[in-house]
Design a protein around this ligand. Structure first.
Ligand SMILES: Nc1ncnc2c1ncn2[C@@H]1O[C@H](COP(=O)(O)OP(=O)(O)OP(=O)(O)O)[C@@H](O)[C@H]1O
Length: 284
C-alpha cells in the first residue's frame, strides 16, 4: 500500500489572521485514484488546493508529493515551479482559460516550458530547428490527443472564449493534462454542467485515472459525481476532517449527514444531495 501513495498531507493548518481555514488536516491520496474532498460552503476545500499549488504558503504542516523520482515537499517549492518541477496541475472553480486564444493555442501554451527548454532559449527556436522542431511536433500531437479526448477536435480553431460553458470546462481539464501532471486537482469541474455533460465528465475523469494513471483530487458539490467516480472521500467541516473513507462509508456517516443538514438551521437538503447521502430530505 505504501508504494501506492501519491500525496501525503500532514497536519496542514492555514490561518488567515484569526480565522482558521484549515485545522490540522491529514490525509493521503493514492496514485491512479480519484480522491474527493467534500464539505459545506466555506469548509476549506479550495484553501487545501491553494496550499498544494503554491497560491498560499501553509501556516503549518507538510505536503509531500511522491513523484516517480522520489518525494517532493510542495510547501517548500516556489508556487510557480510546482506544475513544472512537481507535476501538480489544477483547474479552477471559475474557469480561467486564455479566452482570446484559440482552443488549440490554449493547449500549446500549456506546454510552453517544455518548448522553451527545447529551444535552449536560442535562435534555434525562432528558426524552428532541431530539438525545437521535434518538441513542437510532439506538443501539437499531445494537444490533438487531448482535443480528441475531450471532444473538441472540430473546435480547435475557435476562440476559447466562444466555446459553450461545458466545453470550456473540458478544455481547462485538457490544458491541465497537457502539462503531464502526476496529480490533477479539479475544483468543482461539474459546476454549471447539465446532467448529460456531468455524465460525460464522469467518463473523462475515470479515463484520466484508468487510462493515463493520473491521480485526481476532486472538489465537488455534485454528490452524484462524487459518489459515482471517487475511490476515496474526505469530508471537511469548518476546516477539520470529519470523515475519511470509501463513498459508501462516508455517505452513511452521521457526522457527514449532520454537517450537511446543519445543527440549527431549518434548511432542507436539496433532494438530489439527500439521495446521495442516504438521508430523508425532510428529516431535519
Ligand atoms: N485569502 C483569504 N483570506 C481570508 N480568508 C480566506 C481566504 N481564503 C479563504 N478564506 C476563508 O477560509 C474559509 C475556507 O474557504 P474556502 O474557499 O477554502 O472554502 P470552500 O470549502 O472551498 O468553500 P466553497 O465550497 O464555498 O468554495 C472561508 O471562511 C473563507 O472565507
Amino acid at each position: 500500500m505504501t508504494d501506492n501513495k501519491l500525496l501525503e498531507v500532514e497536519h496542514l493548518t492555514m490561518r488567515f489572521g484569526g480565522l482558521v481555514a484549515i485545522d490540522d488536516l491529514s490525509f493521503t491520496a493514492n496514485k491512479s485514484e480519484i480522491t474527493a474532498i467534500i464539505g459545506p460552503n466555506g469548509a476549506g476545500k479550495t484553501t487545501v488546493f491553494n496550499c498544494l499549488t503554491g497560491f498560499y504558503v501553509p501556516t503549518e504542516g507538510r505536503l509531500t508529493l511522491h513523484a516517480n523520482d522520489g518525494p517532493r515537499l510542495l510547501e517548500r517549492t516556489e508556487g510557480f515551479r510546482i506544475p513544472r518541477n512537481n507535476g501538480v496541475a489544477r483547474t479552477f472553480q471559475n474557469i480561467r482559460l486564455f479566452t482570446g486564444m484559440t482552443v488549440l493555442e490554449n493547449l500549446i501554451v500549456a506546454q510552453h516550458n517544455r518548448l522553451m527548454e527545447a529551444s535552449a532559449f536560442s535562435i534555434a527556436g525562432l528558426f524552428n530547428l532541431g530539438r525545437y522542431a521535434k518538441a513542437e511536433k510532439e506538443a501539437i500531437e499531445k494537444a490533438k490527443f487531448w482535443l480528441n479526448k475531450v471532444g473538441l477536435y472540430d473546435q480547435a480553431d475557435w476562440n476559447a472564449g466562444n466555446l459553450p460553458y461545458g466545453s470550456q470546462r473540458r478544455l481547462e481539464i485538457a490544458r491541465a493534462m497537457c502539462t503531464d501532471p502526476s496529480l490533477l486537482c479539479l475544483d468543482e469541474p461539474a459546476a454549471g454542467l447539465n446532467p448529460r455533460e456531468s455524465a460525460e465528465l464522469n467518463i473523462l475523469l475515470q479515463s484520466i485515472r484508468d487510462d493515463q494513471g493520473v491521480g485526481c483530487l476532486l472538489i465537488e458539490h455534485d454528490m452524484s459525481v462524487v459518489m459515482q467516480i471517487s475511490d476515496h472521500v474526505i469530508v471537511l467541516d469548518y476546516g477539520r476532517k470529519i470523515a475519511d473513507g470509501n463513498p459508501d462509508a462516508v455517505k452513511n456517516d452521521p457526522a457527514v449527514i449532520r454537517a450537511y443538514l446543519g445543527e440549527e438551521e431549518d434548511d432542507e437538503l436539496p433532494p438530489e444531495v439527500a439521495a446521495d447521502l442516504n438521508v430523508d430530505p425532510n428529516a431535519h
